[in-house]
Design a protein around this ligand. Structure first.
Ligand SMILES: NC(=O)c1ccc[n+]([C@@H]2O[C@H](COP(=O)([O-])OP(=O)(O)OC[C@H]3O[C@@H](n4cnc5c(N)ncnc54)[C@H](OP(=O)(O)O)[C@@H]3O)[C@@H](O)[C@H]2O)c1
Length: 297
């Protein structure tokens, strides 16, 4: 598998594996270790999680795997995120964001403890906090790098304005923006984020490349339209429709890294196969316009 260079210090696999849904997979620690090894054997060495996933449980489960199989941590690039919190207000959960210096520093150290590691390869601010103090958050991210708690830092779900503002405070050190992109989600094309990253040569990581499974749901008109075209293209290449979706994401000059969300290794193999599919230029546009959300002028 190809790697994508995010910085001089960090390259990640061209396809990453996500562990957001890990708490629902009913894996024992040994099964998780086996799953992670299966990823590594396939060249999928970049593993994604976050503090908020299952209220920190996903990090703990991954940490159990790293604690039990001591050699595993060194074979992967580990990505985690901070910034989303839940407060109990009048017995109800209220979700909010906190990207202040103190919170980010505390969260990072807590994540490392749960993950059973001294450092993560990539530490991200999870959401675009509307109450962010760019200088304060940048101070935390720089300190995290300085203390060796993370090799590199970045963000997730940021719009171009917020990305640029934080990156200026960081002296240009943000190495990625982890964003949603799939055949029914074009938010970051419409915001200009994809153009911004392409221009800056910053590679995004792509979450929910299959729209979290929505693409396969019956009765979802946008998904049905998109999948009809994707299936037609897949028949031209003799591959699974999902392979075409990954090939479509990886075709773009921004050099995006899709994150697979399934525990099913056959689905991971379908993503890996996308490396061998070279879409024709017009086919990229066929998928871009298939759901009817994006029109060419
Ligand atoms: N930064 C962020 O804000 C953010 C947000 C969300 C996710 N993420 C990251 O991105 C990763 C991927 O996100 P995701 O899990 O939403 O990715 P995804 O790959 O778009 O969706 C995975 C879901 O789709 C289902 N699926 C896959 N292929 C299918 C098929 N052929 N037919 C029916 N269902 C199918 C899977 O079910 P099966 O398990 O049964 O295969 C799974 O439930 C996460 O694990 C997480 O690491 C980041």
């Amino acid at each position: 598998m190809k790697t994508i260079k995010l910085s001089e210090k960090l390259s990640i696999s061209a396809v990453a594996q996500g562990y957001w849904r890990l708490d629902g997979w009913d894996f024992s620690t040994d099964q998780l270790i086996e799953h992670m090894h299966a990823c590594v054997e396939r060249g999928v060495t970049t593993l994604d999680t976050a503090e908020i996933y299952a209220d920190t449980l996903c990090e703990t489960l991954m940490g159990d795997a790293f604690r039990k199989d001591k050699g595993l941590r060194g074979q992967v690039q580990l990505v985690t995120k901070t910034g989303i919190f839940r407060a109990n207000v009048n017995s109800e959960n209220f979700t909010y964001y906190d990207t202040t210096y103190e919170r980010v520093m505390k969260s990072c150290k807590e994540s490392l403890k749960r993950l059973g590691t001294d450092y993560v390869d990539l530490y991200l601010i999870h959401r675009e906090d509307p109450c962010i103090d760019f200088a304060d958050t940048a101070r935390a991210l720089k300190q995290i790098k300085k203390e060796g708690l993370a090799l590199e830092v970045g963000v997730s779900n940021f719009d171009p304005f917020k990305f640029d503002a934080l990156n200026r405070e960081m002296g240009g050190e943000l190495v990625t923006n982890q964003i949603e992109w799939n055949p029914v989600c074009f938010e970051h094309f419409n915001s200009g984020m994809i153009d911004f990253l392409t221009q800056k040569k910053i590679h995004p990581m792509i979450w929910s490349p299959l729209a979290g499974g929505r693409l396969f749901s019956q009765g979802d008109a946008l998904s049905e339209k998109a999948m009809a075209k994707i299936t037609e293209i897949a028949q031209r290449y003799g591959v699974e429709p999902t392979t075409i979706i990954y090939a479509w994401i990886m075709y773009h000059p921004v050099g995006a890294v899709p994150i697979v969300g399934s525990k099913n290794l056959n689905r991971l193999d379908a993503a890996i196969k996308a490396e061998d599919v070279h879409l024709k230029h017009f086919e990229w546009y066929e998928i871009y316009t298939a759901s009817g959300q994006q029109a060419l002028r």
